[in-house]
Design a protein around this ligand. Structure first.
Ligand SMILES: [Zn+2]
Ligand SMILES: [Zn+2]
Length: 289
């Protein structure tokens, strides 16, 4: 498992690399623009070209660009839909330039239903996929399941992926979102069922990354409240999920608040390692000899 964290790209995308190294990461995630504005950041093309070689040199083996949260590919509002398309496409283009995957939330159908909004979602995805880099993936992130958000379970993610028919559309699973959607990631049987469902409905080859967050909100609450590692309701129990044999090749990227609410720190990455390794140890001791 490749430990990683969401880091700031403040002052330029290249600054994200030493920040991730400082935390002890082998993977990183960034916003390629301010997450609170539609306006895209103008990146220096020379910086974009230098990103992948510098990341590789620094031992960063996986990079993920998180698109902004305003994006809603299911919006019936033409202005929001147009902005969503432009923003997603811009993010995917930057990601392609730095050799990164892109993850994003599909959005909300606001009561119209997934069927009714699928043509817009498909068209939006197709526009973004036109600028997808040769080896890069576009990842749908599962939602916490609030309101009419799309991607609340494996079946919904599978339907959107199927609609694109593209070989490099995949998923990023967020541990907090899955848990508050009703899957107990601390329970070995529930984890086995969940992994089997992903395998059957989507294919494990399309599961490309994990967002690792503990949760401050209870199971089934559909409330998205990330907690620091070992400080939320899953605690050490998340090791049951993290140690699943089918997930060991994946980047596991923290999006926790951190001790001061400024993001994951080195201690968070250390806790991720401890929870993962403790989970592996339990599985080893339980395995038949
Ligand atoms: Zn996430
Ligand atoms: Zn979240």
């Amino acid at each position: 498992m490749l430990y990683g964290a969401h880091v700031s790209a403040g002052g330029g995308l290249l600054n994200a690399i030493p920040r991730a190294v400082e935390l002890g990461c082998g993977a990183l995630q960034v916003f390629t623009q301010s997450s609170r504005m539609w306006k895209p950041t103008q990146h220096d093309p020379a910086d974009l070209a230098r990103f992948a070689p510098l990341a590789a040199e620094a031992g960063i083996r996986y990079s993920l660009c998180h698109a902004i949260y305003f994006i809603n590919l299911a919006s019936q509002d033409e202005e929001i839909y147009g902005k969503s398309l432009a923003s997603l496409t811009t993010t995917v283009r930057v990601a392609a330039a730095i050799g990164a995957d892109t993850c994003f939330h599909v959005g909300s159908h606001r009561g119209a239903g997934l069927d009714a909004t699928m043509p817009r979602i498909r068209a939006g995805l197709e526009a973004a996929l036109e600028v997808l880099g040769d080896d890069c993936w576009l990842l749908l992130e599962n939602s916490a399941g609030a309101g009419d958000t799309i991607g609340r379970d494996v079946a919904e993610l599978a339907r959107v992926i199927e609609a694109t028919g593209h070989p490099r559309v995949g998923i990023c699973i967020d541990t907090c979102h899955i848990y508050v959607s009703g899957v107990d990631l601390c329970d070995a049987d529930a984890v086995d069922r969940f992994v089997a469902e992903v395998s059957g409905a989507i294919g494990l080859d399309r599961l490309r990354a994990l967002h690792v967050n503990d949760t401050a909100a209870p199971i089934g609450s559909n409330r998205d409240r990330h907690a620091n590692m070992l400080e939320g309701l899953m605690g050490e129990g998340m090791g049951v999920f993290l140690s699943h044999p089918a997930l060991q090749h994946l980047p596991a990227i923290l999006e926790t608040p951190g001790p001061e609410g400024k993001g994951s720190d080195r201690e968070e990455v250390e806790r991720l390692r401890r929870v993962h390794e403790a989970g592996l140890a339990v599985r080893r001791s339980a395995a038949p000899r």
